[in-house]
Design a protein around this ligand. Structure first.
Ligand code: NDP
Ligand code: GDR
Length: 353
């Protein structure tokens, strides 16, 4: 029988990969899309179908995680077998600027969706995936981080996601819902938002190479992240909802890399040799041997509280879901740089640095 899925956050990085995967598997896919004054469906252009064509399997609905009645109506109309809750204000630094909105969309938004399922009496027919995050671990308590590691959120974003994590566990236990948390470590791709650090770096390296940008300013270069490929992580989301019983799983590569290393790789991949100049207060950043510094640290990108080290242990997902990552972080960087060289070739010269 054809399954129906509802994806919130379908216009984001993960939403686009997940929608594609589910369509390939024969699902009917409904996506929640925010009204925006500018175009926000670029990532799903390839799978978009004209709603007028017969037997279309991909449908978009206007909605917002801050609007209960709209969520209830969309769940009622679409009657999904599976809901993937990916919508969120997902930028950690921005959450310090917009903490209340982040709590509303990323925390209470999850509750609104779970309540929609309950109000419609779908607790036993609709499976639920929650986009939980390695940011829950925050201040290091244990490495590598696994499902049993204590949480210590370090941002309004992580605190809002902590609420969502626990409300999902609670609804599972209270109402017998098939609701699972995927505790996903950072995952990137050519579709990654331009202000997350990997994409900011690969985009800038490409633009600098093509003479369209002069300099890249970054924040904390010492932070370490466990970076995997988004396409592989959405498969893990799907696998969680195919299990007989719901549960919570870490998806990670088990390898961690400094932001500064990612910078070195990206510039290496566009053929620019950089060397580190200065140290301590003299610290200047990455410069060309003969002259200008191309990458500099700007404290405006430091966070009030930082998550210094993330490295995940995906053993449970390996054993129970049969999930594992394939793409190494080095290959991921290469793929993103190659994609950005194409994107930036058609881009105008960037204003400012
Ligand atoms: P993106 O930022 O790329 O996408 C977020 C999506 O949520 C977009 O479609 C966005 O819409 C939508 N959205 C934001 N606010 C609202 C709202 N109020 N109502 C409805 N939709 C909204 O994130 P990713 O794809 O990278 O991540 C997907 C989810 O997984 C997020 O919840 C994120 O927090 C979480 N996560 C991500 C990880 C990662 O490394 N990528 C790791 C762990 C968890 P629009 O396009 O209009 O902005
Ligand atoms: P993160 O991703 O906060 O881990 O959240 P991000 O790429 O924003 O930052 C990673 C690390 O890089 C440091 N950094 C910078 N970050 C940004 N954005 N811009 C910079 O200029 C910069 N310079 C250094 C950061 O301080 C940080 O340590 C992502 C999001 O996708 C979340 O939604 C998700 O939950 C987590 O990953 C897992």
């Amino acid at each position: 029988m054809t399954k129906t899925a509802l994806i919130t956050g379908v216009t984001g990085q993960d939403g686009a990969y997940l929608a594609q995967l589910l369509l390939e598997k024969g699902y009917i896919v409904h996506g929640l899309k925010r009204r925006s004054s500018s175009f926000n469906t670029g990532r799903i252009e390839d799978i978009y179908e004209d709603p007028h064509i017969e037997n279309s399997r991909f449908h978009l609905h206007y909605g917002d995680m801050t609007d209960s009645t709209n969520l209830i109506r969309i769940v009622q109309e679409t009657r999904p077998d599976e809901i993937y809750n990916l919508a969120a204000q997902s930028h950690v630094q921005v959450s310090f600027e917009t903490p209340e909105y982040t709590a509303n969309a990323d925390g209470i938004g999850t509750l609104r969706l779970l309540e929609a399922i309950r109000i419609l009496g779908m607790e036993k027919t609709c499976r639920f995936y929650q986009a939980s995050t390695s940011e829950l671990y925050g201040l290091v308590q244990e490495v590598p981080q696994r499902e049993t590691t204590p949480f210590y959120p370090r941002s309004p974003y992580a605190a809002a996601k902590l609420y969502s994590y626990w409300i999902v566990v609670n609804y599972r236990e209270a109402y017998g819902m098939h609701a699972s948390n995927g505790i996903l470590f950072n995952h990137e791709s050519p579709l990654r938002g331009e202000t997350f650090v990997t994409r900011k770096i690969t985009r800038a390296a490409a633009a600098i190479k093509l003479g369209k940008q002069k300099k890249l300013y970054l924040g904390n270069l010492d932070a370490k992240r466990d970076w995997g490929h988004a396409r592989e992580y959405v498969r893990g989301m799907w696998l969680m909802l195919q299990q007989e019983t719901p549960d919570d799983y870490v998806l990670a590569t088990g390898e961690t890399t400094e932001v500064r290393k990612f910078v070195e790789w990206a510039f290496e991949d566009v053929g620019i040799d950089l060397e580190w100049r200065g140290s301590g207060v003299e610290e200047k950043g990455y410069c060309k041997q003969t002259g200008d510094c191309l990458v500099e640290v700007d404290p405006r990108y430091f966070r009030p509280t930082e998550v210094e080290l993330l490295i995940g242990d995906p053993a449970k997902a390996h054993a129970k879901l049969g999930w594992k990552h394939d793409t190494s972080v080095r290959d991921l960087a290469r793929e993103m740089v190659q994609a950005d060289l194409k994107v930036m070739a058609d881009a105008p010269v960037m204003k400012g640095a």
